[in-house]
Write a protein that binds this ligand. Structure first.
Ligand SMILES: *Cc1c(COP(=O)(O)O)cnc(C)c1O
Length: 395
């Protein structure tokens, strides 16, 4: 165990190397620490501009942004929203916050992203168009929106998905929380559909400590989002509320941190892409045992979290690899359980081929340290440990 370093190598730690302290200091000195302030405005403007959107609204979390997006898309109780089965749980939870039901669409095993062909076939074969919209024939419920998630820094194949959504007149909401800084055919992830959402959680590429933001091209939607996020206040002085609102506004302190982080986004993406290419190089000879993430022809990935999938003789060794890495001071993690494997969503309709690709991938995948600040020495250590584990299996 001589390669154990004193500090464990983190999975995905924040990198606070820019103007963070300076901007925070300014908040304290000026007293602008709460939900109004120049950094909130700056963050909203800069993210919107970065991804070619007309307006942005900052929120307390990415989850809050997704919840608002569903409300703005008029998702009603008893309706349905298509979400991927393979994702962090937040989008499925948000559908339930809106009183609606998620319909879980399996992923393409090559990209891990939502399988657009499945969405198309499901709509064409199991849904019908009525005056009031698109109805799921299996459940009789109206389908109100489609919410793809750009997973792990890699974009969904969004053009064909947009085409299907347009055909069926379904609003598309991008969950871009894991993929700020990624591009689809040269267009920023988060520039597609009705609304797109980002997260500034601690392990995301840009952090505010915690926070989120939604962007849209429709100013009325942004105004409505701001209204709902401030308890739906209808009068600046008297406490008049004509709708149920939420306390979803980001503070200036959090925004200050995010603005400082955002200034470094291109360096962060470059660092993540460099980390990915080092892993790619190191593991290219282990193809029999390790399937590596591959950037699709349409994609420029931000490689937010580098995730490998065990195959061949190593297919059943996920937990062994996780334990081995963690014992040796390397923080590695499995993917999230597929949504349908979690109790609140067990009974949701699952759209897949013969068997669930998402559960298969979850059972075999491991995310490796991908922090912007990962040193080459640390990464060499991770590579060596992964190789040693895999070679032991190969015998
Ligand atoms: C991180 C994340 C979110 C939002 O997370 P918050 O912690 O609420 O900011 C939403 N969806 C996905 C897929 C995520 O990974």
């Amino acid at each position: 165990m001589n390669e154990v370093s004193l500090e464990p190598i983190p999975l995905c730690a924040p990198h606070l190397s820019g103007n963070e302290a300076r901007y925070l200091q300014e908040c304290v000195e000026t007293g602008w620490v709460s939900s109004v302030g120049r950094y909130v405005n700056l963050l909203e403007e800069r993210v919107a501009q970065l991804v070619n959107r007309r307006a942005g609204v900052a929120t307390t979390s990415g989850t809050a942004a997704l919840h608002l997006a569903l409300l703005l898309a008029h998702v009603q109780p008893g309706e349905e929203v298509l979400v991927p089965d393979l994702t962090f749980v937040a989008p499925a939870n948000c559908v339930r916050y809106a009183g609606a039901e998620p319909v879980l669409v399996d992923c393409d095993p090559e990209t891990m992203q939502i399988d657009v062909e499945l969405v198309r076939n499901f709509l064409n074969q199991r849904c019908e168009r009525r005056k009031e919209g698109c109805f799921n024939c299996d459940t009789g419920r109206r389908i109100a929106a489609v919410m793809p998630v750009h997973l792990l820094g890699h974009p969904v194949d969004i053009d064909p998905l947009l085409e299907v959504c347009n055909q069926w007149e379904l609003p598309l909401i991008e969950d871009a929380t894991e993929s700020l800084g990624a591009f689809y055919r040269g267009r920023p992830v988060g520039s597609h559909g009705l609304i797109s959402c980002y997260s500034f959680n601690g392990n995301k590429i840009v952090t505010a400590g915690g926070g989120g933001l939604l962007v849209t091209d429709q100013q009325e939607l942004a105004d409505k989002a701001r209204y709902l996020s401030t308890q739906a206040k209808d009068d600046p002085l008297y406490y008049v509320h004509n709708e149920v609102g939420y306390n979803y506004r980001l503070t200036n302190i959090q925004a200050a941190l995010a603005v400082a982080q955002l200034e470094q986004l291109s360096e962060f993406v470059a660092a993540k892409r460099r980390i990915a290419s080092v892993y790619q190089q190191a593991f290219q000879d282990l193809e029999g045992c390790l399937k590596l993430p591959r950037e699709q022809p349409w994609a420029t990935s931000s490689f937010w979290l580098y995730t490998v999938t065990l195959q061949g003789a190593a297919a059943g060794q996920r937990d062994g690899l996780l334990a081995f890495l963690n014992e040796n001071g390397v923080q590695a993690r499995p993917l999230w359980n597929a949504i349908h494997q979690n109790r609140p969503f067990e009974k949701c309709q699952l759209v897949c081929r013969e068997r669930s690709q998402a559960s298969e991938l979850v059972a075999r995948s491991v995310s490796l340290p991908s922090s912007v600040g990962l040193t080459s020495l640390q990464q060499a250590q991770v590579c060596q440990l992964v190789k040693r584990f895999v070679c032991q299996i190969e015998g």
